[in-house]
Design a protein around this ligand. Structure first.
Ligand SMILES: Nc1ncnc2c1ncn2[C@@H]1O[C@H](COP(=O)(O)OP(=O)(O)OP(=O)(O)O)[C@@H](O)[C@H]1O
Ligand SMILES: O=c1ccn([C@@H]2O[C@H](COP(=O)(O)O)[C@@H](O)[C@H]2O)c(=O)[nH]1
Length: 236
């Protein structure tokens, strides 16, 4: 029996590269889709936000002298590409998916319209929210918090490259220890970088819990959805 009726799944863009140096690794996206399909078969309504780190991040453009807002729009377009690839792979796996974009790009994907997104979810379709929040200077973590709150998701599931929230970045500090759970206030006070502070603050204010878990661990998504002990719960 699933613990949630409706979830917002935030997928790491960077993880889409698999073992490649850049872009979308087909085997990796197919494996992610298998896990998502399993969860939809449990009857859970699934909305997804996918990052763009495998293609472009605004901060990278800014650091080499680009106008930051322009670079951020490029980053948002990268998430549109990932969203299209994800929806295509879902479709091939027999899962009906719809992509909705926060920036106007109507020849490619339909615009984000909240009532329409809610209708799709009620119909059992997977909704992929592309182009982040549609605004520069934000991230797809914040888009996940925003859309999660808008659609009344019960939880934001952040599927990322690490298996939870640690006392420090585990990729940089071998002594970092993992929390089973942590409050939003503590995560922000400790400046833990696993999710940006804007996203944490929005989830805290909306009382929307976040679960951080590994995108690479087979079966982890299903376990989280079934309420199992996996990853780190961030809560009010
Ligand atoms: N305290 C911490 N606990 C866990 N991970 C942390 C912590 N501090 C920093 N990190 C880093 O945060 C990363 C996850 O966040 P980030 O949003 O950058 O990645 P992502 O999920 O791959 O996003 P994107 O979709 O943008 O590619 C981890 O890979 C980890 O290295
Ligand atoms: O609301 C948003 C979301 C994203 N961006 C830009 O896109 C890239 C990729 O997103 P990640 O969350 O880093 O995967 C991000 O670096 C921003 O440049 C944005 O501007 N607004």
């Amino acid at each position: 029996m699933p613990a949630y009726k409706r979830i917002l799944l935030k997928l790491s863009g960077e993880a889409l590269m698999g073992d490649d140096a850049f872009g979308i690794n087909r085997a990796t996206i197919v494996r992610m889709v298998e896990e998502i399909a399993e969860v939809t078969r449990l009857g859970v309504e699934v909305a997804i936000v996918i990052g763009g780190g495998n293609i472009f991040r605004g901060v990278a453009g800014g650091s080499v002298g680009m106008d930051r807002a322009t670079a951020d729009y490029m980053g948002m377009l990268a998430t549109v590409m990932n969203s299209l690839a994800l929806a295509d792979a879902l479709d091939k796996a027999g899962v009906v998916a719809r992509v909705m974009s926060a920036i106007a790009i109507e020849q490619v994907v339909e615009p984000y319209v909240r009532p329409k997104a809610l209708q799709y979810l009620e119909e059992g379709k997977v909704v992929v929210f592309a182009a982040g929040t549609g605004n520069p200077f934000f991230t797809t973590d914040t888009a996940a918090a925003l859309r999660g709150a808008e659609i009344g998701a019960e939880i934001v599931l952040k599927a990322t490259k690490v298996d939870g929230v640690y006392s420090a970045d585990p990729n940089k500090d071998a002594n970092a220890t993992r929390y089973a759970s942590i409050t939003f206030d503590e995560a922000m006070a400790r400046n833990l970088q696993v999710m940006d502070a804007t996203a944490f603050a929005l989830c805290r204010d909306q009382k929307l819990p976040v679960k951080v878990f590994s995108i690479f661990k087979p079966g982890a998504l299903r376990k989280v959805v079934l309420g199992g002990d996996e990853g780190t719960l961030v809560h009010v």
